[in-house]
Design a protein around this ligand. Structure first.
Ligand code: ADP
Ligand code: ZN
Ligand code: ZN
Length: 758
């Protein structure tokens, strides 16, 4: 009896059935890529199931097409991984086809290159080699392995003739071999420094506990919490070495690989060439070469960004998620998976420990640690010898407009910049680009108008002079005078209120518009420091890894004195010359209509503060704000993560936001202005009906216009569901996904566990 197989041809959701040709019979082919007849053409697909024909769903006597041949000789996934893919598809309400498209990089044809190697034993040359010839021979001796010819040419200019002469003299071989990513920079690899430290007691304890789980091959989630410099990366490296000693593989997920070149260099320096680095996006070949190294078992440690969570690590025994709170772990389009969440799922399926590390854990993870769902590992102090950086708040309310050096530059920040530059040191100025949210704020007590239902900032709409909640659609005609001023003094409902700065008997405050437009801070600073080399780092100037590296290299070399940029500059670079970090406007981020606004700003500021000062030069961090008593800012300045988390969790609990509830966000966009609202209104009705009939505990917020109401010529609205149970949300998702929308002009997106609320 012959075997049949089911083949998924992305992006088609349904698998097709084929019969195995005679020569493929008898092999288990699940996970292979295959070429199959499809209509009049052929198509490539993944084999996801195989069984004897008698057990399949095809009746006897019906002829089915034959699978033509395998494409490539790799099993792309094993049954365990397939289970994982199925789980992911199921959870996010998507197809396995789509998961495979995201998970598996496209194969790239092999590339061949000429390689140079020494002839051993070396024959005695007829005459002594020339200077360049000797250098070539030395280079090859030093590296012991064959080197790609182009690399040798790049390293030793004008070596072509010398290589030919050496080959003619029988001293070296030139042969064509497959060129892999790992061949690209063996010279740099040799230059990586090795560092070993003796671990401190908390690191030893962290490793003892993770190692125990590793030895027992038991799913155990850990939260490794420690400030920047406390030695988390040391723990990761040792933990991976423990795994390798036990013949197990390891997977390390990092936020955005382009942003962490140093971290990768450090891993390579300590773990050698057994690491596969999974770049995404730009370099298809590089990604594919690393992927193949895992498939072929040449590498059993993988390090990569978000999509590396799907990597085929052989004998996976350990998963590490660095900076687990980072927003980039959530894919914001297509399959909206969250790599940190999936790390836990995969760890459970593969029975291995999962280490989530952060200086500012997400409240979800922290909450799980407090409830003992995760083992909490704390690294108490920084290893850096630098004096802790000094954080200072500049209260913009106390500065008269004419006293400001520029629209976004207080005298204090200006003076700090001037001194820093004069000392030959460097400064970062961070501004949040998300400056499109306009809100109203009392010019006296600094109260910001918030939605009474959702407690997110109300957004001001100039066109119809209205305040609108972008979660539940609550709207308000903007009041002129602040009612909080009157009653606030004794009521004090939130501690953002500033007291004492102005006389109490002064008239009520009036609301003024704040946060409008993106600041032109770069131009402002350029005008004030015309002679100083200033650079910018954001999505516009750092379009790819190369330009990104160049900008940072100019900072590292000391050429750039002031770097202005978005949150990208807050990521973990080790730039010792930077002694001043200025946050131009903390408030933009604080008043975003997102329930995670406070958490994000706490993380961002803490991270940015970690950038200032190293070794012998203590750093200064200056935060410019109009809400100097905002709890997130105070806790940042106090460096009090626990206090921040306690206070933030309390407020989330009151409003039933994660981690106390799960959320499902439905976004509808359309070029037709009225469609999104209408469709979502009907979605809400259907959902509420399902809630009643199936007795689900789900509440709905909205529909409301999304914060980015107009995006790429589309009108966008959203509808939010909250529930203590994710399975209730799954039922809602399934109900809504099954509805047929009779118009082609809309796009409907379901986002389970949304991170982005804009
Ligand atoms: P994190 O990942 O938490 O930011 P790292 O692991 O990068 O911290 O450590 C910060 C610095 O301190 C590194 O230069 C590292 O080599 C050093 N370091 C880490 N642990 C120790 C230790 N136990 N003793 C001495 N130095 C250490
Ligand atoms: Zn609301
Ligand atoms: Zn007021």
């Amino acid at each position: 009896m012959s075997d049949i197989v089911e083949v998924l041809i992305p992006p088609l959701a349904q698998p097709f059935t084929y019969e195995l040709s005679a020569e493929l019979q008898g092999r288990n082919l699940v996970g292979f890529h295959a070429n199959v007849p499809f209509g009049k053409r052929s198509a490539l697909g993944y084999i996801i199931k195989q069984c004897p024909r008698s057990e399949g769903s095809i009746p006897d006597g019906v002829t089915i097409k034959q699978l033509l041949k395998l494409d490539g000789s790799y099993r792309h996934f094993d049954p365990q991984q397939l289970n994982f893919f199925e789980w992911v598809a199921d959870y996010y309400g998507d197809t396995i086809s789509r998961v495979l498209e995201v998970a598996i990089p496209p194969a790239v044809p092999q590339k061949f290159e000429r390689f140079l190697s020494l002839v051993t034993p070396a024959p005695t040359p007829s005459r002594p080699p020339g200077k360049l010839q000797s250098r070539i021979l030395d280079l090859l001796k030093e590296h012991k392995e064959a080197l790609p010819y182009p690399l040798v040419l790049r390293t030793l200019r004008g070596a072509a003739t010398a290589v030919k002469q050496l080959a003619a003299a029988g001293l070296l071989h030139i042969e064509s071999r497959e060129f892999l990513d790992s061949h690209a920079s063996p010279l740099a690899a040799a230059a990586w420094a090795k560092t070993e430290v003796s671990l401190n007691p908390s690191q030893i304890e962290a490793l003892r506990q993770t190692n125990e789980a590793l030895e027992r091959s038991q799913f155990t989630p850990f939260l490794l919490h420690g400030v920047t410099g406390s030695g988390k990366t040391e723990v990761y490296i040792e933990a991976v070495q423990n795994a390798l000693r036990q013949q197990k593989g390891a997977l390390i997920i990092v936020p955005e690989i382009a942003l962490t070149p140093q971290l990768i260099d450090r891993f390579r320096a300590r773990l050698g060439s057994q690491i596969a680095v999974l770049h995404s996006g730009l370099h298809k070949r590089v990604r594919w070469d690393s992927w193949r190294a895992l498939l072929e078992g040449r590498n059993c440690v993988a390090i990569g960004a978000r999509s590396a969570i799907f990597a085929p690590v052989p004998r996976l025994g350990l998963i590490i998620v660095d900076e687990e709170h980072d927003g980039s772990y959530k894919q914001s389009e297509g399959l909206r998976y969250h790599a940190r969440d999936l790390a836990l799922v995969r760890g459970r399926m593969e029975s291995c420990p999962v280490i989530l590390g952060s200086a500012t854990p997400s409240l979800e993870s922290y909450y799980n640690a407090m409830r003992k769902k995760y083992t909490y590992l704390r690294l108490p102090s920084s290893h850096s010898t630098a004096a802790p950086s000094q954080l200072e708040i500049v209260d913009l309310n106390l500065i008269k407009p004419w006293e400001m050096k520029a629209k976004n530059l207080s005298p204090r920040l200006y003076e700090a910049l001037a001194t820093t530059v004069a000392r030959g040191e460097q400064a970062f100025i961070l501004y949040n680009r998300r400056g499109f949210a306009t809100y109203l704020q009392c010019d006296r007590c600094e109260e910001v108008l918030k939605c009474p239902n959702c407690s997110v900032t109300l957004t001001y709409h100039q066109d119809n002079n209205a305040l609108l909640c972008h979660y539940c659609s609550y709207s308000l005609i903007p009041p002129h005078f602040c009612s909080h001023c009157e009653t606030g003094a004794d009521r004090a409902p939130d501690s953002t209120k500033r007291t004492g700065a102005k006389a109490k008997d002064e008239a009520q405050g009036i609301y003024v518009q704040r946060g409008a437009g993106t600041e032109r801070i770069f131009d402002e600073i350029k005008n004030l420091f015309p002679e100083t080399p200033i650079d910018r780092l954001d999505r516009d100037t750092a379009l790819d890894t190369e330009s990104y590296r160049r900008i940072l290299d100019r900072v590292r070399s000391g050429e750039t004195k002031i770097l202005i940029g978005t949150q990208m500059i807050a990521k973990g670079h080790d730039l010792p010359g930077v002694t001043l970090v200025g946050i131009a406007d903390c408030d933009v981020g604080l008043h975003l209509p997102d329930f995670r606004a406070s958490e994000r700003i706490f993380q961002l500021l803490t991270q940015a503060a970690g950038r200032a000062g190293r070794a012998d030069k203590p750093g200064t961090v200056i935060l410019q704000t109009r809400v100097p008593l905002h709890p997130s800012l105070l806790k940042t300045v106090e460096k009090d993560y626990e206090g921040f988390a306690r206070q933030e969790l309390r407020s989330r609990k009151g409003l039933l936001y994660p981690p106390y509830a799960r959320m499902l966000r439905v976004i509808v966009s359309s070029p037709e202005r009225t469609y999104p609202e209408r469709i979502l209104a009907s979605f809400k009705e259907h959902a509420m009906h399902a809630t009643t009939t199936q007795k689900l505990s789900v509440s709905a917020l909205g529909p409301a216009p999304a914060q980015l109401e107009r995006l790429k010529a589309q009108w966008r609205w959203h509808l939010l569901f909250k529930s203590p149970s994710v399975s209730a949300l799954h039922k809602i998702l399934a109900t809504l996904a099954a509805l047929k929308i009779h118009t082609g002009k809309v796009r409907i997106t379901f986002d389970l566990d949304p991170q982005e609320m804009l």
